[in-house]
Ligand binder design. Structure first.
Ligand SMILES: Nc1ncnc2c1ncn2[C@@H]1O[C@H](COP(=O)(O)OP(=O)(O)OP(=O)(O)O)[C@@H](O)[C@H]1O
Length: 948
């Protein structure tokens, strides 16, 4: 527990560092706020908000110290596009713990650790993830998130590429290394992989598992019907991720050519118990490790349309809810926490509410164009730091755990086997301890005879039992090292670093995604300082010869073609990948455990059945990942058969050897009782038992191998049959082709039906004729179908092109209409202002005659009144003056009236134009919608064509 007690410092050991960081003297309010959080005093995650744990633990032992969420920030280098656009550095890593704003140096945030753009993912893993993984292996739930705006490097951090594996492969590898270095415990690992796409939960390990429901029971939230698979090796787990990645939603946006359009959660459930027979009643630890690659939030600057916009709004909404939940958790008073507002927060309820360790890795870009988004990410990270957690070690004492179930079953089977064995050899020492060698000899001989005969009878049953034990044992992972006396918590010190085998990372893109997408400058890597790093020659050489990773291929394959066309970038790897379709071993390696409520194995399908195909051979995955084709299969089968035959031979020899050894032993015992007197009877018995057990095991193995051999022979036979029938078909077809030009020709009658000419009718009998006619018509029909298909494909392509053109035209029209509309509305606003002013002017004299007198200008009536007043005032004025005045006022009146009319006209005209543009806009929208429908239909029909 010592290691756990120091969990906080072990977590990252950076709390004090943050406080002592250069920025701690900063006076900005954000810094002051932060320093409080770094001290871990102001994180009042309300206990009422904490949900139940995902499993019903008999015991949940809280660790001594409370911890905060480990928050780290990772900068990515400026990408070639940003460099080309001359973008500047807006935020930078100031030391190991501070992020500072370039333009406003007092604006700075401190975190547990800040990684600069040259940091490797391995370094990030060591600081931000390793302690979560080792905690999970000890029974403490753990969650690692990557959060950040689109294209900031979340997937790069979580998945990585083959040159730089991400947190997920590193964590998987580390988990298995920990098992290897913990010889005194047995482990059982199972994984699930899901995505939340447009607020729908999909099972990435099971394509049929779409739109799964999140349920809640006494134990917390869970996804109903999600598939969990028991994993046996890192390669096995990574192959499952690869299979899952095939189904993940990825698309191109104008910020990222391969943007993740969904949040993914990769969960590793770990059960462990002490090794050995006497672990009955010993507690099993159970924990869950969630590795989450969030989709990136999208700024309003993203010029997305249709589907992408819809996805973006779902992504933003769920991330907003995540932000709200985190704010509420740190508010310091028990308020309602809206976990239910999004699927993401609902699924993460247990983790977020403080049960288990959390590590948040915020990925950011330093570029000035994203300064605002980066600031938002930094604020989010800052808030999250305040969540307080109380990690606990989860233990189950009952038999509910899967590992217990398996252990129990193995024990029962072993006992059954032992009983069988005892039924055959029942030599017991005399209770008095005296050695009766004559009796012993007799019994040995009897036993041997019995053993021989019973062995044959019970061979089958035992073989099945042994096979089952072996397979079950395979599922429980144990270290290959000798067990030692250390307790679980005192695992040996730092672990050896394991490098990845090629096949294990085959699913990852071979190189960074920006390099894949940047067609202008494929090998350029630009770091924060703006230095250009060119990939070394060997890498280039390798690049030529190696295939792209599975993930890469899959993501590219799934990309929306229409949008990639709009973005104007082509993908070189796309074509290359479409040549060889990688397959995943999913279908064959399934140890299905449907949902956490279905861990108990169904009566009719024993665990042995479930795992019968769970072969963890490295070769197997390699083969599966490389997607070998049928001809190779038969060659492989033949090889395997040979191998099995060899093994069988060896085993038979061993059986014979052991039988003769047994015989010799018993004979010797009979001949030379003195010698055996030296040994104690128990020793002899043990030897005998061991030998007979070995013999049984070998026989069982032999039996299994024989079965496998038979199976392979069957397979081979069926393959040969298929080959034969194919050969026959080919020969027939060739014959037909060779035959037709010389002996008959297929012509069409007036109904358009193909038939044979007279010559052929003469040389073939009626049956042949019918057959040939049928075949000919079939060929003709297929040709026609092909031609039709080609034609419809062409038509579809044309239509597609036309639609794309129309769509871009419509887009142009829509933007022109929008500009026009804007101009019109400005004009309308102007006119309305003018109108208002005029009305005010008109209304003023009406309402206040006094004003009229003062103003001396105004409406006609005002003018009349004015003149009248003047007349009264200047009675002595000449008539001509008055007349002139009257005339001028009339003129003025007329001009006002005409201005008013003019204005009315203009207003009516504008109104009409507004109406028109509104109609046009509606029409265009309608057209656009129709076009999208057509595009969708087109895609569907294209898909159907491809299937055909
Ligand atoms: N630390 C880094 N070093 C080098 N390249 C990086 C780094 N982080 C990201 N990149 C590159 O930047 C590009 C975008 O990264 P990535 O796809 O991981 O972003 P993202 O945040 O997952 O985006 P989205 O949310 O759209 O899926 C990729 O080409 C990736 O290779």
């Amino acid at each position: 527990m010592a290691s756990k007690r120091s969990a906080k410092s072990k977590g990252l050991g950076l709390s004090t560092k943050a406080a002592n960081s250069p920025s701690s003297s900063t006076t900005s309010s954000s810094m002051q706020f932060l320093e409080t959080s770094v001290d871990g005093l102001s994180s009042p995650a309300s206990s009422s908000a904490r949900s139940k744990t995902p499993y019903s633990f008999s015991e949940s032992v809280p660790l001594d110290a409370k911890e905060n969420v480990a928050v780290t920030v990772r900068f990515r280098p400026l990408n070639p596009r940003e460099i080309r656009q001359g973008e500047e550095i807006a935020w930078y890593a100031d030391g190991e713990t501070v992020v500072r704003n370039e333009y406003n140096p007092s604006l700075a945030y401190a975190y547990d650790r800040v990684f600069g753009p040259t940091t490797t993912t391995r370094q990030v893993y060591d600081v931000a993830a390793q302690h979560i993984i080792s905690g999970a292996m000890e029974g403490i739930n753990g969650t690692i998130f990557a959060y950040g705006v689109t294209s900031s490097g979340k997937t790069h951090t979580m998945h990585g590429d083959q040159r730089s594996p991400g947190i997920i492969p590193l964590a998987v590898k580390d988990a298995f290394s920990i098992i290897q270095e913990t010889p005194n415990r047995e482990f059982l690992l199972r994984v699930s992989y899901l995505e939340i796409y447009n607020e729908v939960v999909n099972d990435l390990l099971n394509p049929a598992g779409q739109n799964l429901r999140i349920r809640e029971d006494a134990q917390g939230t869970f996804v109903e019907g999600i598939k969990e698979e028991v994993v046996l090796s890192p390669a096995h787990a990574l192959s499952l991720i690869a299979a899952g990645e095939e189904h993940r939603h990825v698309g191109s946006t104008n910020f990222n050519l391969l943007s993740s359009r969904s949040h993914t959660i990769f969960s590793l459930t770990i059960e462990s118990s002490p090794c050995g027979k006497n672990n009955e009643g010993e507690a099993v630890t159970l924990s869950q490790l969630n590795l989450i690659d969030l989709a990136g939030s999208e700024s309003s600057r993203a010029e997305t349309t249709g589907m992408r916009r819809r996805e973006g709004s779902y992504i933003n909404k769920s991330l907003l809810t995540l932000g709200t939940v985190i704010s509420k958790l740190t508010e310091g008073r028990a308020s309602h926490i809206p976990y239910r507002d999004s699927k993401l927060t609902r699924l993460l309820q247990s983790s977020l509410s403080g049960h288990g360790r959390i590590s948040l890795i915020c990925t950011v870009t330093p570029s000035s164009s994203n300064a605002e988004e980066t600031h938002n990410t930094l604020k989010f990270a800052h808030r999250t730091k305040h969540i307080e957690i109380q990690a606990a070690q989860n233990t189950i004492i009952d038999e509910k755990s899967l590992i217990k179930k398996y252990q129990h079953e193995i024990q029962c089977l072993k006992e059954e086997l032992e009983q069988m064995k005892r039924g055959i050899v029942s030599v017991q020492p005399k209770e008095t301890g005296e050695v009766d060698f004559v009796l012993l000899k007799q019994k040995l001989e009897d036993g041997q005879v019995k053993l021989q005969s019973r062995l044959e009878e019970e061979e089958e049953a035992k073989a099945a039992l042994l096979g089952r034990i072996q397979r079950l044992t395979k599922l429980i992972l144990v270290s290959t090292k000798a067990p030692h006396t250390t307790r679980f918590s005192n695992r040996p010190g730092p672990r050896r670093r394991h490098s990845f085998g090629e096949e294990e990372l085959a699913y990852l893109p071979y190189k960074r995604r920006d390099l894949i997408s940047d067609d202008e400058n494929p090998d350029m890597h630009v770091n924060l300082e703006g230095n250009t790093e060119t990939a070394d020659d060997s890498f280039k050489e390798e690049k030529k010869t190696k295939k792209h990773g599975l993930l890469n291929w899959l993501k590219i394959r799934k990309r929306d073609t229409g949008l990639s066309a709009l973005s104007g970038t082509s993908d070189k790897s796309c074509g290359a990948k479409s040549v060889s379709t990688p397959s995943t071993p999913q279908a064959e390696t399934v140890n299905n455990l449907e949902s956490r409520h279905s861990h108990s194995l169904p009566a009719q399908s024993s665990p042995a059945d479930l795992i019968s195909v769970a072969r963890e051979d490295k070769e197997f995955y390699e083969d599966s990942l490389l997607g070998q084709e049928t001809p190779l299969v038969s060659i492989k089968s033949i090889d395997e058969i040979d191998l099995l035959r060899e093994q069988q031979k060896i085993l038979s020899e061993e059986v014979a050897l052991h039988s003769s050894a047994l015989k010799r032993l018993s004979q010797e015992a009979a001949r030379n009782p003195q010698k055996y007197q030296i040994h104690s009877l128990t020793e002899l018995m043990t030897q005998l038992n061991e030998k007979s057990f070995e013999l049984e095991v070998k026989t069982a193995d032999n039996h299994i191998i024989q079965e496998q051999l038979n199976q392979k022979i069957h397979e081979c036979e069926s393959l040969q049959e298929t080959i034969g029938s194919l050969k026959q078909q080919l020969a027939d077809a060739l014959e037909l082709r060779n035959f037709s030009p010389h002996h008959f020709s297929v012509t069409k009658d007036y109904h358009g039906e193909p038939h044979l000419d007279k010559e052929s009718a003469m040389i073939t009998n009626t049956n042949e004729k019918i057959l040939l006619q049928e075949q000919a018509s079939e060929i003709e029909g297929m040709k026609q179908k092909l031609a039709e298909l080609l034609e419809s494909k062409e038509q579809l392509e044309l239509r597609n092109q036309k639609l794309a053109e129309e769509s871009s035209y419509a887009k142009g029209l829509a933007s022109a209409a929008a500009v026009e509309l804007k101009a019109l509305s400005e004009e309308v606003a102007k006119l309305m202002n003018q109108n208002e002013r005029l009305s005010a002017e008109l209304a003023a004299p009406k309402n206040s005659p006094a004003q009229l007198r003062n103003s001396g200008t105004g409406t006609v009536r005002n003018a009349r009144r004015e003149s009248h007043v003047r007349r009264n005032d200047h009675q002595g004025g000449s008539n001509s003056d008055i007349k002139r005045e009257l005339a001028s006022s009339k003129e003025r009146e007329l001009s006002y009236e005409s201005a008013l009319l003019d204005r009315d006209h203009k207003e009516a005209e504008l109104q009409r134009r507004i109406e028109e543009s509104k109609q046009r806009e509606a029409y265009l929208e309608n057209e656009l919608a129709n076009m999208w429908v057509l595009v969708a239909k087109l895609k569907k029909s294209q898909g159907a064509d491809t299937d055909v």
